[in-house]
Design a binder for this molecule. Structure first.
Ligand SMILES: Cc1cc2nc3c(=O)[nH]c(=O)nc-3n(C[C@H](O)[C@H](O)[C@H](O)COP(=O)(O)OP(=O)(O)OC[C@H]3O[C@@H](n4cnc5c(N)ncnc54)[C@H](O)[C@@H]3O)c2cc1C
Length: 393
């Protein structure tokens, strides 16, 4: 049986695995990617979501020379409006104090396309599709994955196999998890008025509804809605025809982008969040959704995963420059030290913000109204919040 030697073996070639593979290969490491689906070859990517890319992530994508390809498809966010129930109670953020934007909306398929295009050019990257990892063992200072016709042996295994990570199941890494018993529906649509590069987030009793500004398609103004609601509501919404869905959305979006003209795509996602009790095992690092997943209320899951990727990139660069072998205990513990708390903090913030905005009685409504008013008037607090959203704090 053939044995493939690499420094780094990456299981899962999604948005995080592909970014990790590319950045680590740029440091000269031999990288193998094992991906369960046929992602690297097929053109039709099924994920029709968009991602709000933070300024912090954009800076790292620039550093590894990948932003150029993605930027052609990115719509800048210049304003954010947070609206509690209706327009009379809202917060407004802009970014006049910096030269950069508040973020960028890009379709996931374009981020993946940009990464795959560059990955295929890297001579030190080997990609295997249609491969599902089940059998793993150790040999001295190597971790080995056994497949039907070959072994991959490496110093370190990066588990970027998503929130239901098989690696995590094989190693029985404990997790803390929460099932919100809700769904997010993502609807891309055309509308009558320009979005003016504004992202809106409406908070309703059953969950938030975000409107994210997309690039124009031909002459059509285009945006994407991410609406969290109960399973029952989302299922009944999906049973309606598009004209009825449009009427409901017109009422909920309160004319922010004019009239909704046409629905382009609809997809739903179950809402669950989790945090691994630790982000490593012996010669294994959990990266992105395999380590943590969040309520999408702040659109930060991938951005935080990209902070993991950047941290792994910097740690690997340090080890490479000192001629040290990747993946030993100190390496794994240093990764944990740099990344666990950030994920714990985001987990708590997204969970608590969701809970606070759900509360519906006179006292809580009044308290929220007062807090929103206070923040709206405080430049300092607003700057701190926008720095957090931009991933630059
Ligand atoms: C509705 C919604 C909206 C969101 N919006 C935003 C946003 O605006 N901004 C943001 O930052 N984040 C957002 N997120 C979060 C973001 O989508 C995720 O954090 C991100 O996609 C995680 O990427 P990943 O590569 O870690 O996992 P995945 O994308 O799940 O990739 C995992 C990969 O591993 C492969 N795989 C799985 N098992 C195996 C196996 N055994 N062997 C080999 N391969 C395997 C899979 O095929 C897949 O390719 C949103 C999430 C949702 C649900």
């Amino acid at each position: 049986m053939k044995e493939i030697q690499s420094n780094i073996n990456i299981v899962g070639g999604g948005l995080i695995g592909a970014a990790a593979a590319y950045s680590l290969s740029k440091l000269g490491n031999k990288v193998v990617i094992l991906e369960q689906k046929d992602k690297f070859n097929h053109e039709k990517i099924l994920d029709k979501r968009t991602t709000a890319i933070s300024e912090g992530t954009k800076k790292f994508l620039e550093e590894i020379n990948i932003w150029g390809d993605i930027s052609h498809h990115a719509e800048p966010i210049k304003n954010i409006q947070i609206i509690d129930r209706n327009q009379s109670n809202k917060l407004h953020f802009d970014n006049k104090r910096r030269v950069s934007n508040l973020g960028y909306i890009v379709k996931n398929e374009f981020i993946l396309d940009g990464l795959y295009k560059q990955l295929k050019k890297q001579k030190n990257v080997k990609i295997f599709n249609n491969v599902s990892v089940k059998d793993i063992f150790y040999e001295e200072n190597k971790i080995v994955i056994k497949q039907k016709n070959f072994f991959v042996s490496s110093n370190i295994l990066i588990a970027s196999d998503g929130k239901n990570s098989s690696i995590r199941k094989i190693f029985k890494t404990p997790i803390y998890s929460k099932d919100y018993k809700k769904k997010a529906i993502v609807i891309n649509f055309y509308h009558s008025k320009t979005h003016n590069n504004t992202a809106y987030e409406y908070f309703f009793k059953n969950g938030p509804l975000a409107i994210l500004p997309m690039q124009k398609n031909k002459n059509n103004f285009q945006s994407s809605i991410v609406w969290t609601n109960t399973d029952k509501f989302i299922n009944s919404l999906l049973s309606l025809d598009d004209n009825n869905i449009i009427s409901i959305l017109n009422e909920k979006t309160q004319g922010s982008v004019g009239e909704i003209k046409k629905i382009i795509t609809k997809q739903t996602f179950p809402l669950k969040a989790h945090l691994n009790s630790k982000f490593f095992e012996n010669r294994i690092i959990y990266l992105g959704d395999s380590a943590h997943s969040f309520h999408p209320i702040a659109g930060q899951g991938w951005n935080l995963g990209m902070q993991d990727v950047e941290s792994l990139y910097n740690l690997t660069k340090k080890y490479n420059s000192l001629g040290l072998e990747l993946g030993d205990e100190i390496f794994c513990k240093e990764f944990q030290k740099d990344n666990f708390f950030k994920a714990y903090r985001l987990y708590q913030i997204t969970d608590k913000v969701d809970s606070v905005f759900k509360l519906e009685n006179t006292i809580f409504n009044h308290a929220r109204f007062s807090v929103i008013n206070l923040i709206e008037k405080s430049k300092k607090i607003k700057n701190q919040i926008s720095d957090f959203a931009m991933g630059v704090n």
